[in-house]
Write a protein that binds this ligand. Sequence first.
Ligand code: HEC
Length: 123
Amino acid sequence: MTSRFIVLGALFVLSCQPVAHAASEQMKGSPQTLREHYDLQEGKRLYEQYCRFCHGEQGKGKAFDVTPPPADLTSPAVQQKSDYELTQIIHGGEQGTAMGAWKWALSDKDKQNVLQYIRSLAR
Ligand code: HEC
């Protein structure tokens, strides 16, 4: 009887270890880096929801067969553009192409997060 409690107790302590570990991982770093982490996660979520269909899993483009093809977002041609330029394109789309305007779907913060995610794909 008692030994069963000891075993259960030991299992309980062991099962708490990863949780305690994960919590201490998160507590590391400043609130600033934590916020950046969550913004990037959010950008990834938005990218997968809205952009992956055409620009592909890794942002390499051409996932959807249209002319002109969806841009390779990791290419120097795209990455050399400023945050402002890229945000304008995401906001307003590119006329005569399959790249639509996302101003209807994405807030300013969303556009910023998705852009940071696109930047991270090129690193
Ligand atoms: C229906 C397909 C489609 C979807 C969905 C789509 N795009 Fe595009 N995107 C394109 C195409 C096609 C181009 C290339 C247009 C051209 O060649 O001028 C493009 C171009 C771009 C460019 C400009 C690259 C450059 O240097 O000119 C950016 C930035 C971009 N897309 C970001 C996004 C983001 C962010 C999303 C999701 C919110 C998204 N796209 C969703 C088709 C798509």
